[in-house]
Design a protein around this ligand. Structure first.
Ligand SMILES: [Mg+2]
Length: 471
């Protein structure tokens, strides 16, 4: 069936999360979680639609929407089936306008805009095949999956042939892993208890609720004030290490089990991670994190500037004797940064972002490189729509690429899921449920009523806010 892409819409959608302190950390103190959202349409008797977005925290979301429009224009008149045949090539095409490339290349606004456009095409692809995105990808042959991956600028560590060999080696176990993860869900950790703007009481209450909900990995924001971080860290540890808060009938987890090795797990098998959101210089990071040794973090996340690959490596070396690892990636702007983080032994945990990397094809190249280096991928998802996206990516990683999940944990932040038509969900063991709706695509379609309410600046919420009738 011949269909052509005819038009697209962009929406600048902003949620007023700064009013409640959701998302607050040492660097980002007043986040309005926002979505630069795009929908792509085709003609035809059975027209296709694809939804995509990238995440920002408020002002500037309009700039990203303009960049999305500039890139999406390149798709008008093309046949989606031609694009789907080789999504790696499609990625190159979307980023190949030489004038737009100048304002990157492959970084900043133009790249996250490319993330929204690529993800919208992937959503359309999955919907066209009647499968959730993860299933579309894990059902690909190794050859098809390699065609969907971007290799430009990474062949010094991963060639197409390397990737093919890795995928073939994992092929036999795919069905079994899919069956397992459908049954047990994908391991998750929770961030929404530990935002910096919350009071001690709120942190304690949310941590108890998270333990009761079955979570056993927790993340806390640090970096604004050492005394306060230690106080909040002790509060969190006192709750997660205390068996009385465990769900009824649960004895916790064996802290000596292989999946908890090296994670500084406490007596109930609970793991704490800390996240500084880039506030420190390298020597300061080393000094500060050493002072947090008492609360036994598994890793420090984003200790310094996201582009400072050798700085991360230095921090990792200095913290090794303290048993504290280094994680980063939510602001790593492309696959080349991840390549170098891996080459420089700079990270213990690879935190891809589903729409800072420019969509599924670039994510696949990072998943493959991380698997080659044996570094677990724990995607970033503190934002709006990110949890909806990343469960698909972690399933692809487990089923088709790395073949392991029990040392991985996928971030979960319990905010704003109600705005999505196919929201993610967590089971009673604190693990992500598997998206199974064949109509869900990449799970990123937003309710029309949410767009009407929160579109900036004319949506009903913001119009009311300007007249002072919202408090
Ligand atoms: Mg973070």
């Amino acid at each position: 069936m011949s269909r052509k892409i005819t038009h697209f819409e962009t929406h600048d959608i902003r949620f007023p999360t700064s009013l409640t302190g959701d998302g607050s950390d040492a660097m980002n103190t007043d986040c309005d979680y926002s979505s630069a959202y795009v929908t792509i349409f085709t003609d035809g008797d059975e027209p296709l639609v694809g939804h995509g977005m990238t995440f920002t925290i408020g002002r500037g979301n309009d700039i990203v929407c303009q960049a999305i429009a500039a890139l999406a224009n390149r798709l008008i008149g093309l046949e989606p089936e031609d694009l789907f045949k080789n999504m790696g090539k499609t990625y190159d095409y979307i980023s190949a306008d030489s004038q737009l490339r100048w304002i990157g290349p492959e970084k900043g606004v133009i790249h996250i805009a490319a993330g929204a456009v690529n993800n919208a095409l992937w959503d359309m692809f999955a919907r066209a095949r009647g499968k959730p995105l993860w299933k579309l990808v894990v059902d690909m042959t190794p050859e098809e999956l390699v065609d969907a991956t971007v290799f430009r600028y990474i062949t010094d560590v991963l060639t197409r042939e390397d990737a093919l060999a890795m995928l073939k080696a994992k092929e036999a176990g795919k069905q079994e892993r899919e069956t397992i993860v459908r049954e047990v869900g994908y391991p998750a950790y929770i961030t929404s208890a530990g935002w910096l703007g919350y009071s001690d009481e709120k942190v304690a209450r949310l941590t108890k609720e998270a333990v009761a909900a079955g979570f056993n990995h927790f993340k806390m924001k640090v970096g604004a004030d050492l005394a306060s971080d230690l106080r909040r860290g002790r509060i969190v540890r006192s709750i997660i290490d205390d068996p009385q808060y465990l769900p009824q009938g649960s004895k916790g987890r064996d802290s000596n089990s292989p999946e908890l090795q090296g994670k500084n797990a406490g007596p109930t098998g609970a793991v704490l991670m800390v996240d500084a959101n880039q506030v420190w210089d390298v020597p300061q990071a080393i000094q500060y994190v050493k002072s947090l040794e008492e609360v036994k973090p598994w890793f420090i996340e984003e200790p310094t500037a996201p582009d400072d690959i050798l700085g991360h490596a230095a921090i990792r070396r200095a913290l090794k004797p303290y048993g504290i690892g280094v994680a980063t990636g939510e602001h790593a702007h492309n696959r080349m940064v991840f390549k170098q983080l891996l080459q420089a032994d700079a990270i213990d945990v690879c935190q891809i972002d589903s729409c800072r990397l420019a969509g599924v094809s670039e994510v696949l190249s990072v998943l493959l490189m991380a698997a080659k280096f044996g570094v677990p991928v724990c995607p970033h998802a503190g934002g709006v729509g990110l949890c909806e996206y990343v469960i698909h990516l972690s399933l692809i990683d487990y089923i088709a690429i790395s073949g392991t999940m029990e040392r991985n944990v996928l971030e979960f932040a319990d905010h704003l899921h109600e705005h999505f038509v196919y929201p993610c969900s967590i089971n009673s063991k604190g693990r992500y449920n598997i998206p199974l709706n064949p109509a869900a695509g990449y799970s990123i379609e937003m309710h029309k009523r949410s767009i009407a309410e929160f579109e900036w600046p004319q949506g009903s919420y913001w119009a009311k806010a300007r007249t002072g009738s919202v408090n």
